[in-house]
Design a protein around this ligand. Structure first.
Ligand SMILES: Cc1ncc(COP(=O)(O)O)c(C=O)c1O
Length: 398
């Protein structure tokens, strides 16, 4: 086997994996339609068309477009009645926006640890953290993998909480044959540039609840009532609208999504199988209740003890040098100085600092032989792990 690139050898790959985003004539055609319509924002028809199609795609009654996944979370929380001093449960292993949306409303965060084998919220040890101020729990469908919605909903019912799904990464994901987004009281999606359906930026609130939908509509429209006069503002809202340009792109992206979902799914299954060939790298645990994983990320668990103690950051650096895109992922939320503190939560610590390796979704759009390079690179690094540990300096791969 050749020497790893990090030790001066040749990399496994010299050609890149597929790039993202993908677009074709459909995007071009719709963008031109917007240009020529003269309706580039309010009054355009494509936003509503996308909202209807996306709601149907996610098995929700409503979808409401807004400026980002973070603002979708914020709008949804406020529409669900969150006010200053209320408490919202969020996993400590998630994107920072899950937390800042809560804090922006002057509500407080209660951190939940994640399950060690799935990296999604673990509501088990939260029982003594619930107070009369706790109002909402936010399960995050991390990497496109639905959180355990049976456990979350049971817990929410027991404690009289509402459920807001952070589905920012989970377009098309399914729990027990129903798509995420309106499994709880509301959901929040992101269309930011890395996402599996993207317009560069954008977000959506999904819900089956008429009242939440109506308030959310108004909140993103500076508090205007739907169908009311322009200068009528009944709520304290924001301008979190998007443009027709974004809606045009989203419509084209949504049409392409099912085909890409199939591709990511079969690639992820192939990678799961390939990882089985090497001790010390392992896919997250499968769950038959997840009838569709959206695979915004392909995440696997790395065990440094099987690689002569080579730490996660150096393992990632070595893999990258072989031409395999990957990164280290989230830090625990409580490690940010400006977010609420917590004692370290063990499974979050382990995922963040020891074992979680993230591969971005465009890799899953590659062909089988390209995916095989991932495992060839891992095997090569494993073989030389002792030498890499001795000779190379750790860096940060976040
Ligand atoms: C889990 C999660 N929540 C929320 C967000 C926020 O979405 P946006 O970046 O569109 O504000 C993201 C996006 O990265 C995310 O991954």
């Amino acid at each position: 086997m050749e020497i790893p690139k990090i030790l001066g050898g040749e990399p496994v790959r010299k050609k890149p994996f597929p790039s993202w985003p993908i677009f074709d004539e459909k995007e071009r055609e719709l963008l031109l339609k917007v240009l020529e319509s003269g309706r580039w924002g309010v009054g355009g028809k494509l936003q509503e068309e996308f909202e209807n199609k996306f709601a149907e795609f996610q098995d929700a009654k409503y979808a409401l477009l807004c400026s980002s996944g973070t603002t979708a979370l914020k709008i949804a929380l406020k529409a669900m009645g969150i006010s200053p001093g209320d408490e919202v449960i969020v996993p400590s292993y998630t994107f920072i926006g899950t937390a800042t949306a809560v804090l922006d409303l002057n509500a407080n965060i209660v951190y939940a640890d994640i399950c060690p084998e799935t990296y999604t919220i673990d509501v088990e040890n939260l029982k003594n953290k619930i107070t009369e101020k706790t109002k909402v729990v936010i399960p995050v469908h991390f990497a496109g993998r639905p959180a355990d919605m049976d456990a979350v909903k049971e817990f929410a019912e027991q404690h009289n909480l509402m459920v807001l799904e952070d589905a920012a990464q989970a377009h098309g994901a399914e729990w027990r044959n129903r798509r995420v987004g309106a499994l709880g009281d509301a959901g929040a999606f992101s269309f930011q540039s890395s996402k599996n359906i993207t317009a560069g930026e954008g977000g959506a609130v999904t819900t089956d609840d008429d009242e939440i939908a109506s308030i959310a509509w108004s909140l993103r429209n500076v508090g205007r009532p739907r169908g009311g006069p322009w200068y009528e503002h009944r709520l304290f809202g924001w301008n979190y609208r998007i443009t027709e340009w974004q809606a045009a792109i989203l419509l084209a992206q949504l049409e392409r999504a099912p085909k890409l979902m199939e591709k990511r799914d079969s690639s992820a299954r192939y990678l799961d199988k390939l990882l089985g060939e090497v001790d010390g790298v392992e896919p997250l645990k499968s769950d038959p209740r997840i009838t569709r994983h959206a695979y915004h990320l392909y995440v696997f668990r790395y065990d440094p003890s099987q690689f002569n103690g080579l730490d996660k950051e150096l393992f990632i650096q070595s893999l990258r040098e072989e031409g395999i895109p990957c990164n280290s992922g989230y830090r625990p939320l409580y490690s940010y100085t400006f977010l609420p503190k917590s004692k370290p939560l063990p499974n979050t610590e382990k995922a963040a600092y020891i074992e979680a390796i993230w591969i971005p979704q465009p890799v899953l759009l590659a062909e089988k032989e390209d995916l095989e390079d991932v495992i060839i690179a891992i095997k090569k690094i494993k073989k030389y792990s002792k030498k890499i540990k001795e000779e190379c300096k750790t860096f940060s791969a976040r």
